[in-house]
Write a protein that binds this ligand. Structure first.
Ligand SMILES: Nc1ncnc2c1ncn2[C@@H]1O[C@H](COP(=O)(O)OP(=O)(O)OP(=O)(O)O)[C@@H](O)[C@H]1O
Length: 634
């Protein structure tokens, strides 16, 4: 099930932008909902109180306490947990979509009996190691990033059956490809590889040559199972180590780049460094092989990158080495050194499949494969092809004229190689063991402490300037004043009703009947108190000349409605400003990055830049408005 590659399912759409939009709008809705819940609970208290008053019940302190407690519990619960639940639901939906998209990617099949030890390819950093003499299906974990492939779920028409065991032991190391047809894009009718049949014997050095775009790298990718086969069979037996055509390095020391998680074997390491012609380079670096190379090896030359990439593949113990054109980035002398010392000598006894355009090396290959337009044009030894009369023979003759591979070039190369060797011998191998302190990678500048006023100023400027900010502050303060006034009035109202209730009880027990008490005992039935227009009644209410419970209701209604309207407006304004600030800041950062000089990209790893865009913008987009609204509203 696992082992997805980076090939998206056709038609799959979406992306982080869409997801960010979803999250942003959910935050927006969440804020509004939060405000709405506060208001609805407030309104429910209001309705309860009015109902009590209108039904002739006196609003006692106990009843008011029960109502306000209910209101507070409801508000606390609903304003904290309910919106959180909504936000998390939205995030869950987005996550499920992402997982679903990932699960729908095409899968890579790796046949039983093969394992990829080193993938110097960014898209495949997975390592497998096979226990010798174990059963064919046993694959042990070699790194934390392992991906297990169920080899029984093989591709249709692809023969991935286990090879027969001989006397309980594995078959000898080798590669057998039968009638392989493969293409990168399933929607394109033309095949990248067509009818490839190839047998690679143990301990052979195989050169794959052909014009540009002939399918050499694709053949390597097919062996690695990165290029899915449409039909045919690939049988591979042995650990594979791979050096990609595009050398790649990660941010770390050169040593880490070569070891690539493997344990340090000093002897092998020194040998590899020597064979890959890296000793001299190390002496040129201030910290030798502990020099930190930037992301993608920014501080190195193309040749150095290629040799480090090759050293990584070679350092790993494997049975099959797939080397995709490692000689193209180095000069003739170094190329000759790599070919002689590394591929022919150090990797003697292993299967080495070398993709190359350098025809002068072909005479030393045990097998030469000529590819053209995805098909094998010819396979054979140097001698057999030379005498075959194909165009390739012409090519060989021409290259012989250029490079004199038999004698002249060989001698020249040898002497070149010797000169090179002399040069590097001056720099002792032991220099590798010099105790350089591992230099620290340049740290990202970081500020700690409270956020200054200047930062807030920038944020509010981005949200629409100070006019918008003052406008929002006005709504915030007014909303708070209305809410507090409502609470204050409620207290006043409850106290007043309680006092009236006490007076009523006293009057009934003492059997006192006077006008004022009558007014108090039958508040809703006294018609005189409803006389006059609203302002007359309000004036009477203010100077205290008469009891009028309707005015209490009017005032509380007005305060509640004002609180609801103003707080809702505040939420709308606030989230509008927050979205605008996030947009403006993001666009400013985007413009800044797109106009930045190459120096900026050389000194800042892409992960760091992506972090600013994802994590930091996420804080501004999502977290900041939520916290601010929590601060603003009580
Ligand atoms: N990862 C890929 N995805 C899609 N198409 C690819 C991919 N790699 C190669 N191709 C296509 O496959 C065809 C063969 O390319 P390939 O890289 O195998 O040629 P090549 O012989 O290695 O060329 P070169 O000598 O330039 O390295 C080309 O048409 C190329 O566009």
């Amino acid at each position: 099930m696992l082992g997805a590659t980076a090939r998206p399912v056709p038609g799959a759409e979406g992306g982080p932008a869409k997801e960010l939009k979803v999250i942003r709008y959910v935050s927006y809705i969440r804020g509004i909902l939060l405000s709405f819940i506060i208001f609805s609970t407030r309104v429910s208290v209001f309705i309860s109180l009015i109902a009590f008053a209108l039904l002739g019940n006196v609003v006692t302190a106990e009843k008011a306490f029960v109502i306000t407690s209910y209101y507070n519990i409801l508000r606390q619960t609903m304003t904290i947990f309910f919106p959180q639940g909504i936000a998390q639901l939205a995030e869950t939906l987005v996550s499920i979509k992402r997982i679903q998209k990932y699960m729908l990617y095409d899968e890579t099949d790796i046949a039983q009996g093969i394992l990829i030890a080193d993938s110097s390819n960014e898209s495949s950093n997975n390592e497998y190691e096979k226990i010798p003499n174990s059963t064919q299906s046993t694959i042990t974990k070699a790194s934390d990033d392992i991906k297990y492939i169920d080899s029984h779920e093989s591709l249709p028409n692809l023969n991935l059956e286990s090879k027969p065991m001989m006397n309980g032991n594995l078959n000898p190391v080798g590669i057998t490809i039968k009638s392989l047809v493969a293409k990168w894009d399933p929607l394109v009718s033309e095949n990248t590889l067509e009818d490839i049949t190839l047998q690679i014997q143990p301990a052979n050095l195989v050169a794959i040559i052909g014009p540009v775009g002939a399918g050499k790298s694709s053949l390597i990718q097919a062996i690695l199972r990165e290029l899915p086969a449409s039909s045919g069979a690939i049988d591979i037996n042995g650990v594979i180590s791979y050096a990609s055509q595009e050398p790649w390095l990660f941010s770390g020391t050169i040593r880490q780049n070569i070891l690539f998680g493997q344990p340090m074997d000093k002897k092998r390491y020194r040998e590899v460094v020597k064979r890959c012609a890296l000793e001299k380079d190390f002496t040129l670096f201030a910290n030798g092989d502990k020099t930190i190379v930037g992301e993608r090896g920014q501080s190195l030359s193309g040749g150095q990158k290629a040799r480090i990439s090759l050293a990584r593949a070679v350092y790993r113990e494997a049975a099959i080495y797939l080397l995709d054109d490692p000689l193209s980035a180095v000069d003739t002398h170094v190329g000759r050194h790599l070919f002689d010392q590394c591929m022919r000598n150090f990797l003697r006894g292993k299967i080495v499949i070398l993709v190359t355009h350098q025809l002068q090396y072909l005479q030393h290959a045990d097998q030469i494969v000529i590819l053209d337009k995805g098909r094998i044009q010819d396979v054979g030894t140097y001698e057999s092809l030379k005498s075959s009369g194909l165009d390739f023979a012409q090519l060989l003759r021409e290259s012989k004229g250029e490079d004199k591979p038999e004698e002249g070039e060989e001698n020249r190369s040898r002497s070149g190689s010797k000169t090179y060797q002399r040069r590097i011998s001056e720099t002792s191998v032991e220099s590798l063991e010099q105790t350089h302190d591992t230099p620290m990678q340049s740290e990202e500048a970081r500020k700690e402490g409270s956020v200054g006023f200047a930062m807030y100023k920038k944020y509010f400027q981005a949200s629409g300037g100070f006019c918008a900010f003052y406008w929002m502050m006005f709504f915030c303060i007014t909303a708070q004043l209305c809410a507090s006034a409502g609470d204050y009035f409620l207290t006043y109202w409850v106290n007043k009703e309680e006092q009236r209730n006490v007076a009523l009880l006293m009057a009934s027990s003492m059997d006192i009947t006077n006008d004022s008490i009558v007014n108090v005992t039958e508040p809703m039935n006294v018609t005189s108190q409803n006389e006059g227009n609203f302002f007359d009644r309000l004036l009477r209410y203010i100077d205290g000349s008469g009891y009028d419970s309707y005015v209490d209701i009017y005032i509380f209604t007005a305060l509640t409605v004002a609180t609801v309207v103003i707080t809702l407006s505040r939420s709308f304004i606030f989230f509008n400003l927050a979205v605008r600030a996030a947009k403006v800041l993001h666009n400013a950062m985007y413009m800044g990055v797109t106009k930045a000089s190459m120096y900026f990209f050389n000194t800042n790893p892409s992960g760091r830049i992506l972090n600013r865009f994802s994590k930091d913008m996420g804080q501004v987009d999502e977290f900041l408005p939520t916290v601010m609204i929590d601060v603003i509203q009580k």
